[in-house]
Design a protein around this ligand. Sequence first.
Ligand SMILES: [Zn+2]
Length: 391
Amino acid sequence: MRIGEKERRILRGRRVRFALLLLLPLVFSCASTASLQALRNDLQSLPPHTVAAPPLEDFRDVRGAVHVHSYLSHDSEGRPEEILRAAAEAGLQFIIMTDHTNPRIFEEGMHGWQEGVLVIRGMEIIQEGASLLAIGMNEYLDHRRMPLQEAVDRLKAEGVLVFAAHPRTYPGWRRLKGLDGIEIYDIFDDATDHKGRYFNYFFDILFVFDRYPDEVFLSILDRPEKELLLWDGATQSRRVAGIAGNDAHQNVRLFGRQIDPYARSFRFVNTHLLVATLDQTALLEALAEGRGYVSFDILADATGFRFGARGEKYDGRMGEALPFREGIELYARAPQSGRFRLIKDGVVVDRGEGTTLSFYPKGKGVYRVEWLLLLGDRWRPWIYSNPIYLR
Ligand SMILES: [Zn+2]
């Protein structure tokens, strides 16, 4: 009798625990759904784009995805036609292909104008603790036969641009000379940054991803603190262009769901460049000079964003080095109202809210701008300009 009572109590306890376990995801997904719906409402109620083109005389603002993998990489099966379709869907004008080291890139990889998108050929080189994007390659280089610095020198001599990818997880780039810039954001690095959030990702993907795919994907987005710190340090001695790494593979499938289709990776974050004409030469020049900015266009289209320096004698653009003079004005204009910060040598020197910024610097420095948008009760990173160097 007493044993039966005890067993019943154990069974009842088990049933309660089981019910709670079933209830937990339900409660979690309700809370999650509410905040995702709030985010979606805010995204959909943003006012229409308010900055009229062109952003600069003689220049147009083009948007693209840098760091893209296809079936020519061991970790992707993406077909060229899928990539081009996704680029069109995301409204991209260019993509930069960077398959992992493979001579076949130069036999069968896409390049040039394809279906209205300018495709630049490149390669991702992982060697000596560095991950580098070689951009604008015409022929294969077997970099593994030589020290990495020698490979960089050879690429540079051929007019190829070299950027550090994953600057935080592959710190080997810091020993190299001659790099054009770094990824100041990489989707893969951000997604794998907070191991503590894996539990949330797991539930979101299982229960709410089907209804809120973009909003769930947005939960990975944080200010890239470490990358910005590295960048602000590197730009103290020379120009270092900042780009976004889409690192698109279309290879993450969880519970039967494709989490990272090319179109979503391409819409998430973009590298914007200011070019006079859209061809490979002009694009590589703008990339090397850092004449552009990074923006999370999945939040709002940043096309037309402008950051410049004007004085009596000149009108300076992002990426430019200018002599400092008293009375110079740094100005910026964003196509949505948000919160901005002006950063000098890694330190915030001005902040405010709205669509315009005007600041009269007191001295030399490396100045760049960040813009944030308030969406779903959180300020989210939106735009990161390249610096203007007042020397
Ligand atoms: Zn990659």
